[in-house]
Design a protein around this ligand. Structure first.
Ligand code: MIC
Ligand code: SF4
Length: 642
């Protein structure tokens, strides 16, 4: 039996375990990336490991998220990151050089390699045939130290593409269609692999748009084959030597196959407040738009922005809205400046923002109250834009331009002729925004500003857990709900005591007060708890407030790993209906829990308020059990655990 793409890469990197669905495996990580909003924690953790140098083939530290410098905090963190990178053998991509995923694809990605990044959209690298996964900063720190990455061998789903995209139908519409079919939890425990004759019509950057938003499916990663298009892209990047072909065997096996005929696809749009809330653009007409934002790691390639410029040429942005454009990288920014596309955007009245995440993470450009904002981004969770009651829609850059010109959500096919874009055969490659590590690391002094607080360390798990339910949530709670971002809160990412004041801030403003008064406690969640970002702050800050256990119907992958890494016990209802038998404020007890999980025996939670026992399950490996009992991965490794 032949191998699929995922199996080919995993088998070449397998450290322990059997490559069978559901088995615990560990794989070697070739490359890592971090970004500034998760990187400071990751490097504090790497420093705590006491190593002299990273042990990966390549590690890169990017600054792209916390770009507004409205106080000293972000600038201090940037200095810290630059000095740490220089000292420990890490490349440093300076602020302004671009969004981590886009720059990594352009300058560092290699087909067939593994990449672990402290950002959930790291799977963008799958566009170039990498096995690229998002993880918490601590897992990335461990990988930088040469440690393997542990996961359960996922199922592999094939998306079989046939046909060819029509005018005004884009790669974004393909992934929105996949989200419509599979939903935001359809990828949990799965790798999504693309194949079929339709793949040939997609460029690397189009593929990267698709693998990027595999994160919204909850998938471990998404992968495209590496073929002639990949070779062309790598040649353009003057990295032909890094090219390697990679394709699934003809008789490869898949756990599920989803077929999409590209000929039949139409422009799609995700309505508020979930990326899988997808409808045809033509059925969402007559919705007045207040803001349009084009860019983000999903849709800010040179091809995307040249199309945007071509569509805006000679037109004006509607007076009823504000339109921002943020190029994905310095390379793209320079190219559109040189070829005149930037002039067309400025002339049309677009507001140009530096290369970075910007409005995607609420780092500026929060829309007006109740605004409708149409974005070429990947997430539209409530409040993420920085405005609590904004209505965010996700669509292709083409659909964004149609809204920007007409003032309404508009099918882009109404714009008339689809412009033909002539992409340059050559592009200026200038890596001056990427600083190599120091030749004399001993001389580098780490620069720590007052924004960087010491890392809080959890205590080992007590034998019995007892406490109150601090909060009961519904399904699909995102890490943006748990630990909000935005221009005000993001600068506190290096200071856990300070950022902990904002846990669940926009869901329940009294949560923190309640947690403090009770000296900690428990959370009850629904399905897919913790979907979205990789931010370990969504586990670390609640841990700081004394959270000891989260009991849900199911978890999202990265958040589950982060809870374990920080010693918070993740449990699931044995019978999902029992969710209704526990309420906020109930007092719960887990007698002898630490001993019980060590034996793998059945566990139940005593609801002391309702005087009932609730059977629960914990699908943890023996290593994870040891980590939770130790009070987290740092304690576990200090105690000699691997
Ligand atoms: C996001 O898109 O939510 C982020 C901001 O990039 C996060 C990382 C973070 O919270 O710092 C992610 O996707 O992991
Ligand atoms: Fe940045 Fe948005 Fe991409 Fe996250 S999703 S890395 S915030 S551009």
């Amino acid at each position: 039996m032949g191998l699929n793409l995922a199996e080919k890469i995993i088998s070449a990197h397998l450290v322990t375990g059997k490559m069978e669905t559901g088995e615990d495996i560990a794989i070697k990580i070739d490359q890592t990336l971090t970004q500034d909003a998760t990187g400071t924690m990751s490097y504090l953790q790497f420093e705590a490991m006491g190593l002299k140098k990273i042990k990966t083939e390549l590690s890169v530290s990017y600054v792209d998220h916390n770009m507004l410098q409205s106080g000293f905090e972000n600038a201090d963190d940037h200095r810290y990151l630059q000095s740490v990178a220089s000292k420990y053998g890490i490349y440093f991509s300076r602020p302004g050089n671009g969004i981590c995923h886009q720059v990594h694809l352009e300058r560092f990605g290699i087909p067939g390699k593994t990449l672990l990044g402290s950002d959930s959209h790291t799977p963008t690298g799958g566009g170039i045939g990498m096995m690229a996964m998002g993880a918490g900063g601590l897992d990335v720190a461990v990988a930088m130290g040469g440690g393997a990455f542990y996961l359960k061998m996922p199922e592999v789903v094939k998306i079989h593409l046939t046909g060819k995209l029509k005018s005004f139908v884009t790669a974004k519409d393909i992934i929105l269609e996949v989200l419509r079919i599979l939903s935001v939890k359809g990828g949990v425990g799965r790798i999504v692999e693309y194949g079929g004759p339709g793949v040939k019509c997609l460029s690397v950057t189009q593929r990267a748009t698709i693998t990027n938003m595999g994160a919204e499916l909850g998938a471990t990663c998404s992968i495209f084959p590496s073929d002639e298009n990949t070779k062309e892209y790598m040649k353009l990047q003057k990295r032909a030597k890094d090219y390697a072909p990679l394709e699934a065997d003809g008789d490869a096996k898949y756990d599920k196959i989803v077929k999409i005929d590209l000929n039949r696809l139409e422009p799609l749009i995700a309505k508020p407040h979930s990326p899988d809330n997808v409808i045809k653009v033509k059925s969402a007409k007559k919705i007045k738009v207040d803001q349009v934002c084009i860019g983000s790691c999903t849709n800010s390639s040179l091809a995307d922005l040249m199309m945007v410029a071509a569509l805006l040429k000679g037109k004006k942005v509607h007076t009823g809205l504000s339109c921002t454009i943020s190029p994905g990288s310095k390379q793209v920014f320079e190219a559109i400046a040189e070829n005149g596309a930037l002039t067309q955007m400025i002339a049309a009245g677009a507001r140009i923002i530096e290369s970075g995440c910007g409005p995607c993470i609420g780092m500026g450009q929060a829309p007006n109250s109740g605004a409708v904002s149409v974005r070429s981004f990947n997430r539209n969770f409530p409040g993420r834009s920085g405005t609590k009651d904004a209505q965010v829609y996700l669509a292709s850059p083409e659909t964004c331009v149609a809204a920007a010109i007409t003032g309404f959500i508009t099918d882009p096919r109404e714009l008339g002729r689809y412009p033909k874009i002539n992409l340059p055969k050559k592009i200026k490659i200038d890596d001056s925004g990427i600083l190599p590590p120091a030749k004399t690391p001993g001389k580098v002094k780490i620069q720590r500003g007052p924004n960087i607080a010491p890392l809080p360390i959890n205590e080992p798990m007590p034998s019995t857990l007892k406490g109150v339910v601090l909060l009961k949530t519904g399904d699909n709670i995102t890490t943006d709900h748990i630990m909000p971002a935005g221009a005000k809160i993001l600068p506190l990412r290096s200071n856990i005591p300070a950022i902990a004041e904002y846990v669940y801030h926009f869901v329940d403003v009294d949560f923190v007060g309640r947690a403090k008064a009770a000296g900690g406690g428990f959370i009850i969640g629904g399905d897919n708890y913790g979907q979205g970002s990789s931010r370990e702050h969504a586990a670390l800050a609640p841990m700081y407030l004394g959270l000891k256990m989260v009991l849900t119907k199911s978890f999202a992958r990265i958040h589950l790993a982060n809870l374990i890494n920080f010693g918070i016990m993740p449990l699931t209802f044995a019978n999902p209906k029992d969710y209704d038998r526990v309420d906020q404020g109930d007092e719960l007890q887990l007698p002898m829990v630490s001993d019980i999980i060590a034996t793998g025996a059945d566990l139940s939670v005593k609801n002391l308020t309702k005087k009932i026992d609730i059977p629960v399950t914990y699908s943890l490996t023996s290593r994870q059990v040891a980590i939770v009992r130790a009070g987290g991965l740092l304690n576990y490794t200090r105690g000699g655990g691997k």
